[in-house]
Design a protein around this ligand. Structure first.
Ligand code: 6PG
Length: 246
């Protein structure tokens, strides 16, 4: 597994570069007459990317009819709640692009968590190709990383790694107790391509530990993301990279 690490001067340059890669991959998929199945991450980091993708010059060049959006995790709140990952994506991106409604596969945060975890898992199995382990395969899966090394809603100190046979799981934020629906690690690692978007000084030490396999890196869920495809890229800004020696 060769980690590809791309360091950008700042968040805006990172977003511009990733948006252009997204544009190219979406066009390639449309030219091959195949859908482009993308799992988006939540939190605040993706906002800069969504802003770039919503920019008319880029948005008008992307064949949205071939692009399908899913989410790597969702807070168990209604879609119009300020903490909804879908709600943030709608505000920052979906309201500005011409994507068919049927291409938007949101996790229903307002539904009973255990029921929704089962529903979303069945939905993913219905829409996406599956690998030899019967796990749905995304073309591109975005992830963020929390200041504690969590990713999606897989938190350190929980037994997330035991969920080998599940596609989606109900998780709980360790501090707020907020329920979440999250893809499991086997689904994340089934993706054809995984990209972490990590910015800011607050994540620099954990990122350095993960990249350099130092400190307590083994306890961080983000360190467990090792896609079977071997295709993983860390898109980071200089602030997050400052302790990594990259
Ligand atoms: C979520 C996430 C989570 C997020 C990280 C980073 O629902 O919160 O998907 O894994 O990506 O916590 O969040 P920030 O981008 O806000 O730092």
């Amino acid at each position: 597994m060769s980690l590809s690490i791309v360091v950008h001067k700042n968040k805006k340059e990172l977003a511009f570069a990733v948006a252009n890669t997204f544009l190219q991959k979406a066009i390639d998929a449309a030219n091959d007459q195949r859908n482009f199945y993308v799992a988006l991450s939540g939190g605040s980091t993706p906002k800069a990317l969504f802003k770039q993708l919503a920019d008319a010059q880029v948005a008008n060049a992307i064949p949205w009819a071939n692009v399908h959006f899913f989410w790597g995790d969702e807070r168990c709140v209604p879609p119009d709640h300020p903490e909804s990952n879908f709600g943030m994506t709608q505000t920052e991106l979906l309201n500005f692009i011409d994507m068919p409604a049927e291409n938007i596969h949101r996790i229903r945060g307002e539904a009973p968590p255990a029921f929704e975890a089962r529903r979303y898992a069945a939905h993913l199995r219905r829409i996406l190709p599956v690998n030899v382990h019967r796990k749905p395969v995304f073309d591109w899966l975005f992830l963020g990383m929390g200041n504690d090394g969590h990713t999606a809603s897989l938190f350190p100190g929980t037994d997330f790694w035991r969920l080998r046979n599940k596609i989606c799981a109900v998780a709980e934020h360790p501090l707020s107790g907020q329920k979440r629906i999250s893809l499991t690690l086997p689904v994340i690692n089934a993706a054809r391509s995984v990209t972490f978007l990590v910015t800011g000084t607050a994540k620099a030490q954990i990122l350095a530990d993960i990249i350099n396999k130092t400190g307590h890196y083994r306890k961080y869920p983000a360190a467990k993301v090792q896609p079977l495809s071997g295709n993983i890229t860390w898109q980071i800004d200089a602030a997050a990279a400052q302790l990594s020696g990259k």
